[in-house]
Design a protein around this ligand. Structure first.
Ligand code: SAH
Length: 217
């Protein structure tokens, strides 16, 4: 067993099984499936939970937050694929950095922001150690987006807000898309696509995310 891979040889096989289950459950985009197959999810959770890392579940990462469900990570990727070439992508809600790592396999550049400085700095250290050079992290409040790095070809939010943070619309490239969960008790994934100065809105599936909070922590 090798410390870098934690679970050694078996994790490659268990990860592939996870990807096959995602395919069975309806994830169709081969590039997305390949991206999930490349990211060692067991290195994004506590060692005590590493043996469950390839189950189709979200798992606790501390501070009342979770690593997203692999199906949701894949779905968010699918929803931003195909419209435009993914150049710079903004993720709001880094958590442990898993979704950011997956995104870096389908986009040229990923900027991921989180309000929680502790989660953010451990995600930054983790991804650096793993050699993810296309991902950058910033301590920032998602309600404001990240205007100094805009525009983005896609913005995804991995925490649910009661309403869409207005600042995000102006930070999309023409043709770019914003995908985010909206709602409190019952949440729906919504996708906005920019066309010049107007936006088309599409309601996607029902989802369950932790809340998008206010201010930095
Ligand atoms: N994307 C993660 C899961 C994120 S969990 C993954 O790959 O598994 C949601 C994250 O959103 C938490 O880390 C939380 O700190 C962060 N968050 C909540 N409100 C926020 C806000 N207003 N701005 C930025 N991050 C926020």
């Amino acid at each position: 067993m090798n410390n870098d891979t934690g679970l050694g040889m078996t994790s490659d096989r268990t990860r592939l099984r996870m990807v096959e289950r995602l395919r069975e459950q309806g994830i169709r985009d081969e590039e997305v499936l390949l991206a999930l197959n490349k990211v060692p999810r067991h290195l994004f959770v506590d060692e005590a939970l590493a043996s469950r890392a390839y189950e189709l579940v979200s798992l606790p990462i501390g501070y009342g937050q979770t690593i997203s469900h692999p199906f949701m990570v894949a779905r968010l990727c699918e929803h931003i694929m195909g419209d435009v070439q993914l150049d710079r992508v903004l993720e709001i809600g880094s958590g442990c950095g898993y979704q950011a790592a997956v995104l870096s396999h389908i986009a040229n550049e990923v900027i991921s922001i989180d309000r929680n400085v502790q989660l953010l700095s451990s995600a930054r250290i983790r991804l650096k150690k793993m050699g993810y050079r296309r991902v950058r992290f910033r301590h920032a409040d998602g309600w404001q987006g990240l205007s100094d790095k805009a525009p983005f070809s896609a913005i995804i939010v991995t925490a649910a807000a009661p309403e869409v943070p207005d600042a995000l619309f102006g930070q999309l490239t023409n043709g770019g898309s914003l995908v985010l969960p909206i709602g409190v008790d019952s949440q729906k994934l919504i996708k906005f696509t920019r066309s010049g100065d107007s936006f088309t809105e599409k309601t996607l599936e029902g989802v369950k995310f932790v809340p998008l909070l206010h201010g930095l922590a």
